[in-house]
Design a protein around this ligand. Structure first.
Ligand code: WTA
Length: 633
């Protein structure tokens, strides 16, 4: 597209234009897409309700932008390349023409199964191309998809189904991940025992494991697809710019995960614009994003952004270390990957195996490296740069959040300067500011504060599903007039941004966002637990580990056993990714006289900074601190 920034000078000019006249700037970007009808007004907004509308009254369908409009030029170009978990199984390639046809056929299946515009459809699948097909088939007919990460538990699925009011769920019989065969359909069955309202389960056959199919409720993907007689074009539903495209659940500092709502036009424009400019993809180049599609990174940089830009997206079913730690490099070599986009936690886990797994793998196709999900430590950055990029590939350190839809702060590969462990500069259209605890803007450079954004961008969160007030409270109330990210940030003397981590009660464990409140809820469900408090602590591989302080009704006789039981409870309630790393049994928690848990103290103890606990005199019972210190794990 012609809005591609190619030099640092162009970046500065684009940035300035985007601030001085945002509407003209984004109209120029949006012009590149295919619209059924163009907008009446580019932007209307206030951050108090909040209310944000981009491209009001424009009409479009995102799948026409991802698929149909590419057919003439790119019909036979690979859209999705799929690498299975097992090394012996052949991969698959879907061209734009094939993907278009699959999406149309599955859209027709959805319609014949009763899915209508505006319906919510949950998707709980492994990393198979049909997951992308399912998402786009929903979008094709105007249904709102909500992808649930395949590692979440039945309880988590039930919560999401209920919150979204979904009548449909699409799943697989099972999923291969490393040496495991994960029984997805069974987990869905468990979820549906507690959650009513789901009328239809569509099951894609992947692992051929035995599953129970409930008559009248469950149908096979392949059988339904075979029934589609007219495999031509399923007419795309004409959507309003602000019609919801998807809901994606994410953790916050309070309560249960909330459904972040992204809308059609703004999300499409920003996911595509950020993809093009951050990664600077070349014609026909293979883009390998290793995220799971269950997270926002996968939505934007495996599916929508890449396909809208006419790119080739490589999708990998398995894990970095299966069958050995050379797998990523083998994939890069095999498919001549040009762009590799992964997470610091993956880099750290591969680093631990040294450079042997890299031997004999031709990585010369690599041109751009990317990282996302958590702050990248210098050691990991250097290893990535030296051993993977061979010091010739720019590394983009991309910062964003589920609520943002696309990358907000990052260097542009080979175009703007990079700096180790800095996300560096905002993309055009993004106006970051740092504020102090009182919400006062901190100006100047070489300063730290809480990161806020003061002006809307096209893919800013519109609402949290079914609860607009929660959206306001969470993001727009802490510092009135600004979108608050929940992240701390340092701006160096050159005006470059370095994200330092969450300043709220959200943990980032191996790049997964988990709320401490959610964890405590899960722990407290275990019989015998009276109360718990969870904090994060630095963890070599995971970035942050989960440290739980637990009060039992009586001290357990067999501590390891009880710990394992509690971890199991958490896995059942949330998923295995949320299992605590450390569980310390304590007789009490440090509380203020008003009953508030002093997390600061618990955090310091977990971090091992026992000398710097600060003032404990306001505690109801300061002696408990000594006991907790002594029992530290
Ligand atoms: C963190 C993931 C430092 C941050 C895309 C944010 C990062 C949270 C970076 C969002 C980065 C993401 N450097 N920290 N490059 N990217 N984060 O919603 O704390 O799963 O608030 O979105 O991840 O996590 P989420």
């Amino acid at each position: 597209m012609s809005t591609r920034i190619e030099t640092y000078e162009q970046y500065k000019a684009a940035y300035e234009a985007s601030v001085n006249n945002p509407e003209a700037f984004w109209a120029g970007v949006a012009d590149q897409f295919s619209w059924r009808r163009k907008w009446d007004k580019v932007l209307e907004w206030n951050f108090t309700e909040p209310m944000v509308k981009w491209f009001a009254n424009a009409r479009l369908n995102i799948t026409e932008n991802c698929l149909d409009r590419h057919l003439a030029k790119r019909g036979s170009q690979p859209a999705i390349i799929w690498e299975p978990n097992g090394v012996d199984e052949p991969g698959r390639v879907m061209t734009y023409a094939e993907l278009h046809s699959e999406v149309c056929r599955f859209a027709s299946v959805l319609r014949s199964n009763g899915v209508q515009k505006g319906d919510r459809v949950c998707i709980y699948m492994g990393m198979v191309p049909e997951l992308a097909v399912a998402m786009m088939a929903c979008a094709r007919i105007g249904a709102i998809h909500s992808v649930i990460f395949g590692g979440f538990s039945a309880q988590s699925i039930a919560d999401r189904l209920q919150d979204a009011g979904a009548r449909f769920i699409i799943t697989c019989d099972g999923a291969y991940r490393g040496g495991k065969d994960i029984p997805l359909k069974n987990t869905v069955d468990d979820a549906l025992q507690t959650s009513g309202g789901v009328e239809r389960v569509i099951v894609f056959q992947r692992t051929h494991t035995a599953v129970s199919m409930i008559k009248g409720r469950d149908v096979w993907w392949h059988e339904e697809m075979a029934k589609v007689i007219d495999s031509g074009v399923t007419e795309a539903e004409e959507m309003e710019a602000e019609d919801p495209l998807f809901i994606l659940y994410t953790s916050g500092s309070t309560g249960k995960p909330k459904g972040v709502v992204h809308t059609t036009a703004g999300y499409m424009v920003y996911a595509t614009y950020s993809f093009e400019n951050v990664f600077q993809p070349k014609e026909g180049e293979v883009h390998f994003c290793t995220a799971d599609i269950g997270w926002i990174t996968g939505h934007s940089y495996i599916v929508y952004g890449v396909l809208c830009a006419g790119g080739t997206s490589l999708m990998y079913e398995g894990i970095p270390t299966w069958p050995d730690a050379g797998r990523f490099w083998e994939i890069v070599d095999k498919y001549k990957v040009g762009i590799l986009y992964t997470a610091p936690t993956a880099i750290r886990s591969l680093m631990a195996f040294g450079t042997d797994p890299l031997q004999g793998k031709d990585l010369s196709s690599l041109r751009v490296l990317g990282t996302v999900g958590e702050p990248i430590n210098e050691e990991a950055w250097n290893w990535y740069n030296e051993h993977v990029g061979k010091r010739r590939c720019p590394i983009v350190d991309t910062w964003f959040q589920t609520e943002n839809g696309g990358i907000l702060i990052s260097n542009l590969a080979g175009v703007t300067p990079s700096k180790t462990s800095y996300a560096t500069l905002p993309l055009p259209g993004i106006q970051p500011i740092l504020v102090d605890e009182q919400g006062k803007e901190i100006t100047g450079n070489d300063v730290s504060g809480n990161l806020c954004i003061k002006f809307p961008w096209p893919s800013v969160i519109r609402t949290t599903w079914g609860d607009h007030e929660r959206c306001r409270q969470n993001y727009f109330a802490t510092y009135p007039g600004y979108y608050f990210t929940g992240d701390g940030c340092y701006r160096d003397s050159d005006g470059m941004y370095r994200i330092t981590g969450r300043v709220d009660d959200v943990l980032n464990v191996s790049g997964h966002r988990i709320g401490t409140a959610e964890l405590e809820n899960a722990i407290n469900m275990h019989t015998g637990v009276l109360e718990s408090a969870v904090v994060g602590y630095p963890h070599d591989l995971k970035g942050q580990g989960i440290y739980a302080y637990v009060i039992m009704d009586s001290m357990p006789d067999d501590e390891p056993h009880t710990r394992a039981d509690i971890a199991q409870t958490v896995a059942r309630v949330i998923g295995s990714i949320a299992k605590p790393d450390k569980i310390q049994f304590v007789p009490g928690l440090p509380k203020t006289r008003s009953g508030k848990i002093m997390r600061r103290i618990l955090r310091k103890i977990a971090e091992g900074e026992l000398q710097q606990l600060g003032d404990v005199s306001t505690l109801l019972d300061p002696s408990v601190v000594e006991i907790i210190k002594d029992g530290r794990l």
